[in-house]
Design a protein around this ligand. Structure first.
Ligand SMILES: [Zn+2]
Length: 496
């Protein structure tokens, strides 16, 4: 008799391709899926191909009756670069069913970075200066492999890191040709070391003065490494349409696989602009690899910056170095308490983080429904009072937007967080339940799955996520993290 590692019985499989669910068992051995076969006498997939499954015993059996078995969710937009080391259980993510995180988004990555001077916003989102300890992506990879987390991790290279280093801290101007050459050398090295692509954060001080041409020069390097280009665009408010056009220009000129990060239309006067942005993106998709990610909330979160405060209806402070105890409070109330203006309050709190209420439900629904959209949390793990997306994103899409609001069927919701994401980000043998793929799986209750984290209580884990497996090992069950740390560092394709 064959003895295999795990047998998941009697579940309904949503395989991550968007195809309708089907009833099936799944057998896992040595971290991979080795069998998908009918639980009853259905002819879902031919069991004769898997004849060795006719006589086996499993070391561990999971009953998934009345539950969905789907590929583990891929959080394509994270800032978990250091969090995988600080909290290797990665409870905020595995409690949602996330099994892979893409870190290094918005132009900021923990590696590669050797610059020792003062860093501009938003680099502090990753931590204080001492956290930057990886001159190369290979150093980061080595540390991850020595101390793996419960989730897999893929790393983008932040444009702002390359820029700050090449320009020796003089970031408030376009880079010279020589400086761009330096960035290219560093980027190529990062890609060869295993980074999956380049991210930008053009809306932020660190990169705002980089002209389109600077980005194109760097993005052109990516195709030969099969790298991806992700962009927190220059403007997500009054100039959001202009920024989408800039992104399309970069994507088509550099001929690079492109993802618009956390797509949104911020500020009341820009509500409704998603009709136009999605039309432009849809048109450009005909000739370019262009996609987008989004999170299911109408508030955003990043550092506390005056330019961002101006267009928001309401602002909550998530952290402040100078006033750690005020986390979770309204910026207006704080200004009143201090008896000073909003701008003076921001100066007093800075460096600090904030949640900005500034988006429209209609835009959000439209963006979530868009065929090219993927789900990414954009959660910021270091915040004392984080945006609830850190703990709630994926169950919220499944429970609120698919089951309750019926924006899309459950199969499509899962596709937006698994198969689609793996194919766009080039994560091989992930994101789809198939024989030979890695056993990154989540078992959830489709009737009860829902987010619990709120703006008031942002660290509550979701309901309905029953079991989560990463590379065949259980990392979440009975509402808690296990001690297993099976995460792998997922590399981009190597050039040589
Ligand atoms: Zn961003």
């Amino acid at each position: 008799m064959n003895i295999f590692d795990v047998h998941i019985k009697n579940g309904e499989v949503i395989d991550g391709t968007g195809a309708p669910k089907f009833k099936s068992d799944i057998v896992i051995n040595k971290g991979k899926i080795i069998g998908i076969f009918p639980a009853e006498n259905g002819d879902v997939r031919d069991p004769s191909e898997n004849h060795f499954l006719s006589n086996f015993r499993a070391k561990h059996t999971i009953n998934a009756e009345n539950k969905i078995i789907s590929p583990g969710f891929i959080d394509v937009h994270t800032h978990d670069d250091d969090n995988v080391f600080l909290d290797p259980s990665m409870s905020s993510k595995i409690s949602q069913g996330v099994t892979t995180c893409v870190a290094g988004n918005c132009g900021i990555s923990l590696a590669p970075f050797s610059y020792k001077g003062e860093v501009p916003a938003p680099i502090a989102l990753l931590g204080k200066s001492e956290v930057f300890r990886f001159p190369r992506v290979s150093n980061y990879k080595e540390e991850f492999n020595n101390k793996p987390s419960s989730v897999n991790l893929a790393l983008l290279t932040g444009h702002s890191m390359l820029r700050l280093e090449a320009m020796n801290g003089e970031f408030a101007r376009p880079a010279t040709t020589k400086e761009i050459s330096k960035m290219i050398v560093k980027l190529k090295l990062a890609l060869a070391d295993g980074s999956i692509g380049l991210s930008t954060g053009l809306a932020y001080p660190a990169a705002n003065d980089a002209p389109t041409s600077e980005i194109i020069e760097l993005a052109k390097i990516l195709p030969e490494f099969d790298g991806i280009f992700t962009t927190h665009m220059r403007n997500e408010a009054v100039d959001v349409i202009k920024s989408v056009n800039e992104t399309i220009n970069i994507s088509s000129t550099a001929k690079v696989r492109t993802v618009i990060s956390h797509h949104k239309c911020a500020g009341r006067e820009n509500w409704g602009k998603s009709k136009k942005t999605l039309e432009l993106i849809g048109e450009a998709k005909k000739n370019n690899f262009l996609d987008l990610d989004c999170y299911p909330y109408t508030a955003s979160s990043t550092m506390l910056l005056k330019s961002f405060v101006k267009r928001a209806d309401k602002v909550l402070v998530t952290w402040s170095d100078n006033y750690p105890d005020i986390s979770g409070q309204d910026l207006n109330d704080l200004a009143q308490q201090f008896g000073i203006s909003i701008d003076e309050t921001i100066d007093k709190l800075y460096p600090a983080g904030a949640i900005y209420f500034q988006m429209d439900d209609q835009d959000l629904n439209r963006i979530l429904q868009f065929p090219g959209s993927m789900i990414g949390s954009d959660g910021i793990p270091g915040d004392r009072h984080p945006h609830p997306r850190l703990w709630g994103t994926f169950p919220r899409v499944l429970g609120k937007y698919s089951r309750e609001m019926q924006l899309f069927p459950l199969e499509e919701a899962v596709y937006k967080m698994t198969g689609k994401s793996a194919s766009v980000f080039g994560l091989e043998k992930r994101g789809i339940i198939d024989v030979g793929n890695y056993a990154d799986l989540v078992i959830f209750n489709p009737e009860t799955v829902i987010d619990k984290a709120s703006y008031q209580s942002p660290k509550l884990h979701a309901d309905g996520i029953e079991n989560v497996l990463v590379n065949g090992e259980v990392v979440w069950q009975e509402d808690s993290a296990t001690q297993n740390r099976p995460g792998m560092f997922l590399e981009g394709k190597k050039f040589h």
